[in-house]
Design a protein around this ligand. Structure first.
Ligand SMILES: Nc1ncnc2c1ncn2[C@@H]1O[C@H](COP(=O)(O)OP(=O)(O)OP(=O)(O)O)[C@@H](O)[C@H]1O
Length: 268
């Protein structure tokens, strides 16, 4: 049985400001994310990727159009949808120990302290940090802090995890490790993952599909399936000619250049 429901975005328009000050960011944007799917969203800086993710999280109201989770229209945050934000430095509370940071979302739900602590330890274990619960975030490396932020996302036990540029602030090696962690968690927990990223290689590596945003105002330029299977690894997957071809196609779309037709594309 699959966990959670599909996310549907239909004819989404979102503007900031009104009248002569109106800035139309998203216009006529439609997409779907199925349960247990991993979908990456890429697009130029300022295209509205974070704004779209905030709509998916029920944190931003579209000007028109709608976002649905299953049959429910999303107008506020939903218990099934957790968010891991861009910058762990801003999202972890420095005065709370790591396990209290991880369990923080449960506090507001009236979950007892012993249960919260148990859940925090489970989540820390899942992200490969079983022994850091009693430390403070600032005692950990950047990569470890981002794992703690992911553990906090998992603490909700939500079937849908939205990640906004989740690995932008860590070094390259930690980034690869965190990408692999995301793939493993997604497989083991059967969660739906939506990742907004600047990094085209990361999008192709993590996604079952890559949604490319562009234009002014922003709409969906194209959606590419990533037929690279579920068992991916940093060396062989990235060396796969289909990987190189997909990244070239995504880059060409973002830059508004003609998409080259390679041997793999030609066969589809
Ligand atoms: N609260 C706000 N008020 C006014 N304008 C906003 C607000 N939030 C975002 N914007 C504008 O909306 C546009 C899209 O911003 P958004 O952060 O969603 O883009 P992005 O694709 O995530 O950018 P980046 O890749 O650089 O993080 C930008 O022009 C931004 O200035």
């Amino acid at each position: 049985m699959t966990r959670g429901s599909s996310l549907h975005v239909e004819d989404l328009c979102l503007s900031f400001g009104t009248g002569p000050q109106e800035h139309r960011v998203l216009e006529g944007l439609s997409l779907r994310v199925d349960p247990e799917e991993a979908v990456c969203v890429v697009g130029p800086s300022g295209a509205g990727k974070t704004t779209l993710l905030r709509c998916l999280a029920g944190l931003a109201r579209p000007t028109s159009g709608e976002v649905r989770y299953g049959q429910q229209r999303l107008t506020e945050p939903h218990a099934d949808i957790a968010v891991v934000s861009q910058d762990y430095r801003g999202s972890l509370l420095p005065w709370l120990r790591v396990w209290d940071n991880v369990a923080f979302p449960l506090q507001g739900r009236g979950v007892k302290k012993a249960v919260r602590r148990g859940r925090a330890l489970e989540c820390l274990d899942a992200v490969g940090l079983p022994d850091v619960g009693d430390k403070y975030p600032w005692q950990l490396s950047g990569g470890m802090q981002q794992r703690v932020a992911i553990a906090r996302g998992l603490a909700y036990d939500a079937p849908v995890l939205l990640m906004d540029e989740p690995f932008g602030s860590v070094d390259a090696q930690s980034r690869f490790d965190l990408e692999d962690l995301t793939l493993r968690l997604r497989r083991q927990l059967g969660i739906t993952v939506v990742v907004v990223t600047h990094d085209i290689d990361e999008a192709v590596y993590l996604g079952d599909r890559v949604i490319v945003l562009g234009g002014r105002p922003t709409a969906v330029l194209d959606t590419l399936a990533v037929p690279l299977g579920t068992d991916r690894d940093q060396l062989t997957t990235r060396a796969d000619p289909r990987f190189a071809e997909l990244r070239t196609r995504v880059l060409a779309l973002i830059r508004g250049e003609k998409v080259p037709i390679g041997p793999e594309a030609a066969r589809q």
